[in-house]
Design a protein around this ligand. Structure first.
Ligand code: PGA
Length: 261
């Protein structure tokens, strides 16, 4: 895992956007795995800025989002469909018929989840998967104890995640208890995972992910087994990493050809 400690949220957003820019330059028909929550918003603003400046082109790309709340229609203001429309899709040229999110209203959830997996496979697999990390170590909505080989399915959120996400709904009691999420196994098949984390609230989860044991108790820790995982964090999220000085040293001493930005 490559751990990159950056100065602040703006630096994370800018550097994160470079991975998308490079990915789409190298392969215009890339399959992008997208994420929701507060953390990716800055990166999406950077992508929108690059698009407006004619420096990135999504016209041949395809996207798959990690997750959606069960029971929310795509029009619900707190749905991840709405989030993606407002924060990214309305502002870029990713064709609407190639944007995919799980359907929170699916009548037959197992069949819908199997079809979502099949659609990812049919598209050729995910080239670049953007991820946040929950304060409890989740990726997507794979809460602690999720099978590390799980596929897209319905999950029940922990009370902690309900509390973390209450800000989008008003109160924890209004947050849907259930979600449809790509599995940990699904995420692990992405060719490159790009994880972003900001702030002290993520410091313990980041430490468990990077330096703890690989355990379903912190689903993000399985990314230690991923062949290409990049973690971008700010100083606050890096605060509990024992080897943070080493990660900085590695980054500063990288050979030029390994540098991305
Ligand atoms: P956040 O969520 O970006 O809103 O903190 C991250 C996550 O739950 O994956």
């Amino acid at each position: 895992m490559e751990v990159i400690i950056l100065k602040d949220a703006q630096a994370l957003a800018q550097q994160g956007a470079v991975y998308f820019q490079n990915q789409l330059r190298a392969k215009p028909a890339s399959v992008l795995g997208l994420a929701t929550g507060s953390t990716p918003v800055g990166l999406y603003r950077e992508l929108i800025g690059l698009f407006k400046a004619d420096l990135i082109d999504f016209s041949q790309a395809t996207s798959f989002n990690l997750d959606e709340y069960a029971g929310l229609s795509p029009e619900h203001p707190a749905s991840y469909h709405s989030f993606m429309r407002e924060e990214l899709f309305a502002h870029i040229n990713l064709p609407s018929d190639r944007r995919h999110l799980p359907d929170g209203l699916a009548a037959d959830v197992p069949a819908h989840c199997a079809a979502y997996e099949a659609a990812i496979q049919h598209a050729g697999g995910i080239d670049l998967q953007l991820l946040g990390i929950g304060s409890d170590g989740h990726i997507g909505f794979n809460e602690p104890s999720s099978s590390l080989r799980s596929r897209t399915r319905m999950k029940t959120l922990t009370p902690r995640t309900l509390a973390d996400n209450a800000r989008f709904f008003g109160s924890p009691s209004q947050v849907p208890r259930h979600v449809i999420t790509m599995g940990v196994g699904t995420i692990m098949e992405a060719r490159h995972c790009l994880v972003l984390a900001l702030g002290t609230a993520k410091a313990a989860a980041v430490s468990a992910m990077v330096e703890g044991p690989v355990t379903a108790n912190c689903p993000a820790s399985v990314l230690q087994m991923h062949p290409q995982c990049t973690l971008l964090i700010d100083e606050a999220a890096a605060a509990e990493l024992e080897r943070r000085d080493y990660y900085r040293w590695v980054y500063e001493n990288k050979p030029a050809w390994q540098r991305i930005a």
